[in-house]
Write a protein that binds this ligand. Structure first.
Ligand code: GDP
Length: 539
């Protein structure tokens, strides 16, 4: 997406309700502190009373509703994506949770298409880790602006300058500190807000929302001499002076363009740096950005409601085949009961029970604005990537489908259940849990995933939700590529000569199943007019 598309059309000011919204996600490597930080953001936002609520709520829901989440609990990872809406100051925040485990990155990628900015959490002892880098690349593809939070300063940490340098080098970003740590490890006292030129000194506290703290203005405030040990203070003052001398100043345009990241330091578990971060997201992060559709750019100020499905969560209650489609609103002021056109089918849907997700609860959404996420309960008619509008033909773009990196054959233990298995696989594929391919020859189904843990989750879900025990087995296939050509006859010719290596995905799109890298290369060389796509727009 080119840069001039990043911000709303200046000639069309945003309605105040849209302007104050911040829809963002947290990206991080597992264990960096995303869950803790999420909890603290909600705590400061007053959305939850006690720390621990995010996990407790999750555990309750899982316990009550779905067995397959056992995989998640056993392995201590989080699989589902949810939305948490809360207010702080003048802003309404929609925090879209992303699964942390690298096996589930596809789901995370999709969530990142629905946010306007991201907070990148790093562990102060580890810096940029593998998963951080992957997720960052996705943000970069879409020019998603990023605020960095360096967490766990209360532990042995790397030098702040070294961390800033690593971000700059590994991510090719300009880096500007928004706050500066005072001491590290056992001597960590808090973070000085460089933007406001002030320090709010808090007591270390793990639980309740902290009190207001002691405010000092300017690095030379004599109050600092009373509050901090002399050597810590001297080191801190020197650090700030160097940081101010060495690092570029914050540049809003650079940040919004995804070229510069303001960096906050802190310790989520001790509430340090959380308020500064929260205010930073409110003040710096962009309000809802325009969304690209095939037909035109959709402005958040457009009066008519439109949006797209970026996440489907199915079988929250296994007794009913209910699903919730999460819709990111791209424009308009939505009111409950609105009739919306599903562009893929041309059908009109009456949205009479949309859901809004608050930190601890969900409630009926009486209204929502561009930037918000609403959940629409349905029975499978809404698909990933679906566009919904008040009638206009709009196809939102940018929801990527990734070529799976791992493929396995799946069959039911009871051969009589083959047909049922087909239906279950179709539903799970629509939800985006995995890719499902039906080769043109033979009776097997092939399941494709990006991380091997997804096979376990699939097997567990098919057994518990559809009552079909299944077996996954190795296949001769190595990877899949969607086929495309300008001339349909070219595809037809290709399919005829390669029937044993062609399959259909759950939407009937043709894919080439390669046995190895050489096989793929050979097909590409032999059929230069055919495009072999590793990703496909729309899922
Ligand atoms: P996630 O995997 O990124 O969601 O990480 P969690 O929030 O679950 O945190 C991973 C571990 O780091 C947990 O044991 C947390 O208690 C711990 N942790 C989180 N924030 C901090 C912090 O600021 N300081 C310290 N010392 N530990 C932290």
């Amino acid at each position: 997406m080119s840069e001039n598309l990043l911000q709303a059309d200046p000639a069309r000011p945003l309605p105040p309700e849209v302007d104050r919204r911040r829809t963002f996600a947290i990206i991080s490597h597992p264990d960096a502190g995303k869950t803790t930080l999420t909890e603290k953001l909600l705590l400061f936002g007053g959305a939850i009373q006690l720390a621990g609520a995010v996990k407790a709520r999750g555990a309750q829901r899982r316990g009550a509703h779905s067995d397959w989440m056992k995989v998640e609990r056993e392995r201590g990872i989080s699989v589902g994506t949810s939305v948490m809406t809360y207010d702080y100051g003048d802003n309404t925040f929609n925090l879209l949770d992303t699964p942390g485990h690298e096996d589930f990155s596809e789901d995370t990628y999709r969530t990142l298409t629905a946010v306007d900015s991201a907070v990148m959490v790093l562990d102060a002892a580890k810096g940029i880790e593998a998963q951080t880098l992957k997720l960052f690349e996705v943000c970069r593809l879409r020019n998603v602006p990023i605020i960095t939070f360096i967490n766990k300063l209360d532990r042995e940490s790397r030098d702040p300058f070294e961390l800033l340098e690593e971000i700059e080098e590994k991510l090719a970003l300009s880096v500007t500190p928004a706050s500066w740590p005072i001491g590290t490890g056992r001597h960590f006292k808090g973070c000085y807000d460089l933007f406001k030129d002030q320090l709010i000194l808090l007591e270390r506290s793990k639980g309740e929302r902290p009190d207001e703290g002691e405010t000092c203005k300017g690095v030379d405030d004599p109050k600092l001499d009373e509050l901090l040990p002399a050597d810590t203070l001297a080191e801190f003052r020197e650090g700030v002076e160097m940081a101010r001398g060495l690092c570029p100043e914050f540049d809003l345009k650079e940040y919004l363009g995804g070229h510069q990241t303001p960096v906050y330091f802190g310790s989520a578990i001790n509430n340090f740096g959380v308020r500064e971060l929260l205010e930073g997201v409110g003040q710096l992060a962009p309000p809802p950005r325009p969304q690209l559709a095939s037909e035109r750019m959709v402005q958040p100020s457009d009066p008519k409601v439109s949006g797209f499905v970026f996440k489907i969560q199915a079988n929250m209650d296994p007794r009913h085949r209910d699903r919730i489609a999460f819709v990111r609103l791209a424009s308009g002021h939505f009111k409950r009961g609105l009739k919306m056109k599903q562009i893929r089918t041309g059908k009109t849907l009456n949205i009479h029970n949309p859901l809004l997700f608050l930190a601890q609860d969900r409630e009926l959404a009486e209204e929502a604005w561009a930037g918000d996420v609403i959940g629409i309960p349905n029975h499978g008619n809404l698909h990933l990537g679906d566009s919904l509008t008040e009638g206009e033909e709009l196809h939102f773009k940018g929801l990527p489908a990734f070529a799976p990196e791992l493929l396995q054959k799946v069959r039911p233990k009871d051969p009589m259940k083959a047909k049922h298995l087909g239906r279950a696989l179709q539903q799970l594929a629509e939800e985006g849990a995995a890719r499902v391919f039906k080769p043109m020859m033979g009776a097997d189904w092939i399941v494709g995933v990006v991380g091997s843990l997804q096979f376990d989750v699939m097997a567990d879900r098919i057994r518990t939700e559809y009552d079909i025990p299944v077996i996954f087995e190795p296949t001769i296939y190595f990877t899949a590529r969607w086929l495309e050509a300008d001339d349909p006859a070219v595809i037809k010719g290709f399919v005829e000569s390669n029937r044993s290596n062609v399959a259909e995905d759950h939407e009937g799109e043709l894919v080439f199943m390669a046995r190895n890298a050489w096989h793929l290369q050979d097909a590409q060389d032999t059929y230069p007019a055919v495009r072999f796509l590793a990703t496909r727009d729309g899922a």
